[in-house]
Design a binder for this molecule. Sequence first.
Ligand code: HEM
Length: 397
Amino acid sequence: MLHQYTKIPTIEIIKNPYSFYEEIRSIHPVYKGNFFKYPGWYVTGYSEALTILKDNRFQTRIPLPEATKKYEALKNIQNNMMLFKNPPDHARLRMLVSNHFTPIRIQKYRPFIEKIAKNLLEEIKNHKKIDIISDFAFPFASLVIAKIIGIPDDDKNIFREWALSLIQSIDVTRSRRSIVAGNKTTLEMLSFFKDLIQKRIQSPQDDLISELLHQEKDRKLTEEELLSASVLLVIAGHETTVNLISNSLYCLLTNPKEYDKLIENPSLIASAIEECLRYESPTQMIARVASEDVELNKVQIKKGDHVYVLIGAANRDSKQFSNADVFDITRNPNPHLTFGSGIHFCLGSALARLEAQIAIKTLLQNVVNIHLETKDVEWRKLVSFRAMKEMHVHFDD
Ligand code: HEM
């Protein structure tokens, strides 16, 4: 029973992951399979997903095969990221940056985030036809994270290439070629950040890099760790937020009743974004490895087994959410797992939420009669993330 394999090809799963999730969940919520060439336990049940994410016996791991010279830089940089660290090292690295991302600190960023959204919309609203991703979500998220980290505005355009390359190199659909490309991107990013660090040593600013430099001086973190934190924050803080903004707008435009509800009652924005996070999660899969034998919902997970937590599936588990496949912007409570759970719970969740709320609210306030050019959008060839290639919309003046 547990070893049946679905025949759905990867390309179909990418188009509609939810029917694939449902198919394997109906067999078992912790399903032993071999998808995308990765054998392991594919977890689609909400309670099982939550249990695994909170249990430190399921450890995070660097998502690369054994290092060769061809991708040594990528491996080294990941090696110093909190995302791929387990206790006890994890807590030290997380603590050094966590102050910057508390909900109170994030609220201080509100005025400049609102200004960025407004300025961008001033530029694009006369075009009447735009690609939401490249014309709005990407520059918006780039300008926000650049300002927080301390990257000059002129350099923000390089984010796009960096993010696309690094995300592709960690997704389970990656090829050896994309890992080698990710390595080249890492080298470029390292040289960029080394330069920036030199500038901040000479003239400190009110930004994250300058603050981390203090901690390096106090020997609380090494230069490699400082560089890894910068790369992690640029990638984690950018790509998923772009996808949250575009996926949210897609959910609203393909569910006109919910869209109208939000237009009539703009104070629903926070709850609407929570539902977008649940319904079309920008992150779909989190990988772990069992550090010892564990029994979970009557299956025996062995030490060394790989576990793939399908958070996009857990978010649609009807045992946890009533009418799980219905998009409802007033859903309450909405304990989705889009930001993960346990010690690796997303550090940037408050920032991502605020950015998405401001982006969607400002967009809907500034354009009239917005509609999708086609519902049949193309999704990028990624399994761990949910991201459209482009999203073309029209609007009136
Ligand atoms: C919609 C946007 C976002 C989503 C869906 C998202 C999702 C996630 C998820 C699922 C994890 C846990 C990964 C794991 O357990 O293996 C995570 C971790 C993390 N996220 Fe986010 N994230 C988003 C935005 C951001 C932003 C804006 C930042 C920072 C500026 C950020 C920084 C981080 C960091 C540093 C970690 C690692 C935390 C740790 O290992 O302790 N994320 N994120």
